[in-house]
Each structure stands twice: as structure tokens, then as C-alpha cells.
Design a binder for this molecule. Structure first.
Ligand code: 0RA
Length: 638
């Protein structure tokens, strides 16, 4: 067996400093040391394989989560080069794994390696943040292996056998002294790999979770690329055009792939990617797409007399109602801007995307007049609804101006006017509302009781929503408008807390309100202002002891074992209304003792899917979802 030369020169010492810095400030390299950062390690390694696929040399990537949370990623690419690197005097492969930013120099010649954002930090960062890592390379007729501990080489690249295959395999164990948890979430990884497979047409990605007794696995390979992606996103929706409209073209050195399809839903679902990174804040590629849609549909509608000259133009939002679209561009030197560095700034991309979409869409509309008509009918009625919504909103404004108050009558407001310290409890039902009003701390807690049947916004347009007597109080109480006009800086409360019973009706109200916030006040969720109150399920009382409240069945069992079962009275709370004001304060509203669940938006795509399933028209998917998730439901009262 041959060993590669391994010596430490000045350059090597710098390398060690670099990796030391990664371990000191991991957040700078991978965003955080939470589960997000942990998952990022895997994406980082898989991204390198995807680059090899984009360069045309890799067709299959296999990811395994082994028992003990060891990650194994294997590809069938050319294998990382094993020859001695002239400058560092160590093998190219070891350089890639130990030198910060070496990835760029060795990262294949796909040329689209990302330099901004969190991505592209490379294998060396993963190595630095791992208790150990082991890389096995097959190429040039041999099998080569190297090993590391916390980023430091413990076995330089060594030839360990012969092989006529090529490829790279990486195994690593993330460092538990750095990460909050090592427990990978299979579902999160799976959906990211599905997304990667959609974004790289024809690439096969398989993932397997071998940690538990029940092995979970999935294989992804989509010859249809983004076409398949859009079909997947729309699987539970009613389509207007049965086949997505598909564009794949390269212009000015910028490869563009776009697919979009109209559904009968009212929401707009557009996802955009640059170099396979989800650009959550959008940017120039998205702007170009939107401009092309607005212009092409307006031109077509005018030319075919669907819109008369005297009618104004359709607005962009009318034309995007019910659309599902995925836009993917590859940009050599992307500039990422915005708060989370996920907004594309390169201005030339807008024009490139716009002209490609203009051309492809106008051809499509000319060739498919029936589909064009169906889509435009929907746009026109969206436009009418928007106009009606504007009038409804003005009416609300004027009425409030006359009554010289903008607050709903049912709201029991708090005395403080400092939004950061104020909270509003949205409470279902009469008696619970009464208890909450008496039990609260009126300095900073406001109560808004809701009565009767709540509107399902998934099945209604904006005009109906403004006019709805159940939602209007919520809109006015929050005080920041709605839809495109929603202005997070105007919110009147830092916490908007939904307080509903722990039964099916309560769950229904919660879901209806969350759907409303998700579709019409999304920044409120994104900004972390929405919470769910957690009322207790049981009260245990025993003579001579303080009452104990239990919030889960596990807690009940635990406490019964602590207290001893004899002489304990167990009261099961069916609803909030069964608690007196003092109990409600103690258990659910007192910031010192209550449990609040913050509603987070981890994944807009997943959220859209769930709201569509739960609140949309189709019954089959809803039943499947409920059956599949029944095991998570703890307190089902039927
Ligand atoms: C640069 C050059 C060559 C291969 C790779 C990079 C490569 C990197 C990774 C990372 C994970 N899997 C990978 N597979 C390949 C090969 C250049 C040549 O053979 O001429």
C-alpha cells in the first residue's frame, strides 16, 4: 500500500487556523447549530455530488442515515482527484476536505458553484464540524481512503485496494459538542432531496433511514424536471390547464427552466430557485416572470377582445390567482440580497426571464385558445373580486371613521399601547370569553371573543373576507390591514394568541384561523407573532395539597405516580368554559406559568399542501391525511 506524502508547512498551519475558526463560530458558516445547521451539513455534501451531476458525470446519489446518526453520501461521479496538489503538497482530495474554500478550486467545472448565502461553504466545513469523517474515493483503478477527527487528518489519503469503478463516498458523524441535536429529521431531508431531484432533471437520488426498526426510504428521479415538480405541488388541486406550461432554454449564458399551471384555488404559489437554492425573498428572476405574465395575458386579452380597450388592464395579482409555478435559473456569479440573503440581485436576469416567458407563453396561448379563455375568465373574475374587495375595505374604513373608532365592539382591549408588550387572545365561545376577560391582566392582555361559524378562507375570495363579520373584528384588532396591504409595522399586539378548546371543534377553529393568517397575514406568522394557547387537560386535587394541572396524558400518569392514586380527584377539562377566571389565568394566561406554542413557517410548500388538503375541495386527500396522521392526535373527543 502506498501512502501519500504528508507534511505540515506554513500553508497547512493556516488551514488549521481556518478550521479552528469554523468550530469557534459555526453559525457564520452554516447559519446555526440547531437542527437546521445539522441538516445543512448533509445538504453541503450532497450539493457537491449534484455539481458533479450538473457537470455530466454523476447519475446517482445515495444518502443513508445509519444508526447513531452517521450520514453516508455516495455518488457515482468521477471521484475527487487524488493526485498531489502542487501548492499544498498534499492530495487534492485532502485539500478539499481541510482547506476552507478549496471547493471553488476543485469544484468541478460546472461553473455555477454558488458563492453567496450559506451555500457552497464546502466539505471542509462539514469536516471541521464532525467528530469524525471518512472519505473513500474510487478512481484511476484504485480505492483511496482518508480519515479525519474534528477536521484534522488522522489518516492521509491511502490506497486501500483496486477498483475499476469511479465515485466518492463520505461518511461522517456530526460533532455533539457543537450541535444542539444530532437527531436528523428524516422527513425534512427527504423533502429537500425530492426538491433537488426535481431541480436536476434525470438525476436519481435515493435516501434511506436505517436508524429505527422500521426502515424509511425513498427513490427520486424525475425525467420531467420542473414539470413534475408542478404536478407534484398541484396533486390535490383542481387544474385549469391539465399539462403545466413548460419552458427550458438558455439565454445569455443563463439557463432558465420554468413550469407553471393554473388551478381553481385562490392563492398564488410561486417558488423560485437560483443555482438550486430556494430564493425565498424572490428577486430579479421572479420579477421577470411576473412582468411577462402580466404583459402577455393583457396583450392576448386585448387582441382577442376578452378585455375591451375601455376596460383597464388586469393587475398582476389578478393574473396570478390560482397559479402554481416553479422558476429555476443558474447564474454564474449570483448576487444575493435581502434580509436572509435569498433575493437575487443580478439585474440582467429579469430581462432574460421576461423575454423567454413572453415568447413561450404567447405561443402557448395562441395554440391553446380554450385554455387561454379559461385562465382569462378566472383572471377577470379575480379582478372584479379585487374591485369589490377594495370597495368593501373602503366601506369598512369610512364606517369606522364615522364611528370614530377602528376597534371592533367585542374587543376588550388592554390599557398599554406598546405593541411589543401587548397580547390579544382570540377566544372561542361566550363563556370562555367571559372568563378570559375577568381573568386577564388588563394592562397588556386584550380579549377578542369569536362566535359562531368561522369562514373558510380557502374557499373564498378577498371581497367575501373583508365583508365577513367573523373575520372583520380580527383584521381590525390586529390593526395592520390584510393581503398585499398588510403592514407588519402596524400590528397592535406583539402576540396574537389563539385560545380554543382541546377538542375537535377547537382544532377546527384553530385551523380556520391559521389558514386565514397563512393566506392573508403571512408576515405575522413569518415574524413569529402567532401563538397557540395550551389549556390543561386535567386538574388533580387532593386534600391538603396544591392543585396540579396536567397538559398531556403523560403528565397525568407521571403525577398520579408522584401523588399516589388514593384520594386524588381527577377533573377532565372538556372546554375552556369549565374554568373560572382565576383558573384560566393560572393555567393558560399567566406568562409565568402558561405554555404557549409559537406557530412557525418552516416550509411554505408543505404548509400550502396541508392547508389545501385540510381546507380545500377534495375529500379523498383529506381523508388520507387524517388517517395517516391519526396516530399523532392525542385528544380526539368525538
Ligand atoms: C473536481 C474534479 C473532478 C472531480 C470532482 C471535482 C468531484 C468532486 C466531488 C465531490 C463529491 N463528489 C465528487 N465527485 C467529483 C475530476 C476531474 C477529472 O477526473 O478530470
Amino acid at each position: 500500500m502506498e501512502k501519500f506524502e504528508h507534511e505540515y508547512n506554513a500553508e497547512q498551519i493556516q488551514v488549521l487556523d481556518g478550521l479552528e475558526h469554523v468550530r469557534k463560530r459555526p453559525g457564520m458558516y452554516i447559519g446555526s447549530v440547531s437542527i437546521r445547521g445539522l441538516h445543512h451539513l448533509v445538504y453541503e455534501i450532497v450539493d457537491n455530488c449534484v455539481d458533479e451531476a450538473l457537470a455530466g458525470y454523476c447519475t446517482h446519489i445515495k444518502i443513508e442515515i445509519e444508526p447513531g446518526n452517521i450520514i453516508c453520501v455516495e455518488d457515482d461521479g468521477r471521484g475527487i482527484p487524488v493526485d498531489i496538489h502542487a501548492k499544498t503538497k498534499i492530495s487534492a482530495a485532502e485539500t478539499v476536505y481541510t482547506q476552507l474554500n478549496a471547493g471553488g478550486k476543485f469544484g468541478g467545472d460546472s461553473g455555477y458553484k454558488v458563492s453567496g448565502g450559506l451555500h457552497g461553504v464546502g466539505a471542509s466545513v462539514v469536516n471541521a464540524l464532525s467528530t469524525w469523517a471518512e472519505v473513500t474515493i474510487q478512481r484511476d483503478g484504485g480505492i483511496f481512503q482518508m480519515k479525519f477527527e474534528r477536521g484534522k487528518t488522522v489518516q492521509p489519503l491511502t490506497r486501500i485496494g483496486d477498483s475499476d469503478k469511479t465515485g466518492t463516498k463520505v461518511r461522517f458523524l456530526a460533532d455533539d459538542t457543537i450541535f444542539e441535536t444530532l437527531e436528523y429529521d428524516y422527513e425534512t431531508l427527504e423533502s429537500r432531496f425530492r426538491e433537488m431531484a426535481f431541480l436536476t432533471k434525470g438525476l436519481s437520488i435515493s435516501v434511506e433511514d436505517k436508524r429505527g426498526e422500521e426502515v424509511k426510504k425513498a427513490d427520486f428521479c424525475f425525467e420531467g424536471g420542473l414539470n413534475s415538480f408542478v404536478e407534484f405541488l398541484n396533486k390535490n388541486k383542481e387544474k385549469i390547464n391539465q399539462q403545466p406550461i413548460y419552458i427550458e432554454k438558455e439565454d445569455g449564458d443563463v439557463p432558465v427552466e420554468i413550469a407553471f399551471q393554473y388551478t381553481t384555488a385562490y392563492s398564488e404559489n410561486i417558488y423560485s430557485f437560483v443555482n438550486n437554492i430556494n430564493t425565498i425573498e424572490g428577486g430579479t428572476h421572479l420579477e421577470g416572470f411576473k412582468r411577462a405574465l402580466t404583459k402577455t395575458f393583457n396583450d392576448y386579452a386585448k387582441a382577442h377582445n376578452i378585455l375591451k380597450e375601455k376596460d383597464g388592464n388586469l393587475q398582476g395579482e389578478d393574473i396570478r390567482e390560482g397559479i402554481t409555478a416553479v422558476i429555476s435559473v443558474k447564474v454564474r456569479e449570483p448576487q444575493f440580497e435581502g434580509q436572509t440573503k435569498t433575493k437575487l440581485g443580478n439585474s440582467n436576469v429579469a430581462g432574460i426571464v421576461q423575454s423567454l416567458v413572453n415568447e413561450a407563453l404567447s405561443n402557448f396561448l395562441e395554440e391553446n385558445p380554450n385554455i387561454a379563455k379559461a385562465i382569462l375568465e378566472k383572471c377577470v373574475s379575480a379582478s372584479r373580486a379585487r374591485e369589490a374587495a377594495r370597495k368593501a375595505r373602503e366601506l369598512v374604513r369610512r364606517k369606522n371613521a364615522l364611528e370614530s373608532t377602528t376597534l371592533p365592539g367585542k374587543l376588550a382591549d388592554c390599557s398599554s399601547k406598546v405593541p411589543e408588550e401587548c397580547e390579544v387572545y382570540i377566544v372561542e365561545g361566550d363563556s370562555a370569553g367571559g372568563s378570559a376577560k375577568q381573568g386577564r391582566d388588563r394592562k397588556f392582555q386584550a380579549i377578542l371573543p369569536l362566535w359562531g361559524k368561522m369562514l373558510n378562507v380557502e374557499k373564498s375570495r378577498a371581497d367575501k373576507i373583508y365583508n365577513n363579520d367573523k373575520l372583520q373584528p380580527v383584521i381590525l384588532a390586529v390593526g395592520a390591514g390584510i393581503g398585499n396591504d398588510f403592514d407588519i409595522t402596524k400590528i397592535r399586539y406583539g402576540k396574537v394568541i389563539i385560545m380554543a378548546d382541546a377538542d375537535v371543534d377547537g382544532a377546527h377553529i384553530r385551523t380556520l384561523l391559521l389558514t386565514f393568517f397563512f393566506r392573508y397575514m403571512r408576515p405575522l406568522i413569518e415574524n413569529g407573532n402567532v401563538f397557540l394557547a395550551q389549556p390543561p387537560l386535567y386538574k388533580l386535587s387532593k386534600r391538603g395539597m396544591k392543585d396540579v394541572y396536567c397538559y398531556t396524558d403523560e403528565e397525568l400518569t407521571e403525577n398520579l405516580n408522584a401523588m399516589g392514586k388514593d384520594g386524588v380527584n381527577i377533573q377532565r377539562y372538556k372546554g375552556l368554559g369549565e374554568m373560572n377566571p382565576e383558573q384560566l389565568w393560572d393555567t393558560t394566561m399567566n406568562p409565568e406559568t402558561r405554555i404557549l406554542i409559537q406557530v412557525k413557517l418552516e416550509d411554505a410548500m408543505k404548509a400550502d399542501e396541508i392547508f389545501t388538503i385540510l381546507m380545500g375541495d377534495e375529500i379523498g386527500p383529506r381523508r388520507e391525511f387524517i388517517e395517516a396522521n391519526a396516530k399523532y392526535v392525542k385528544n380526539l373527543d368525538i
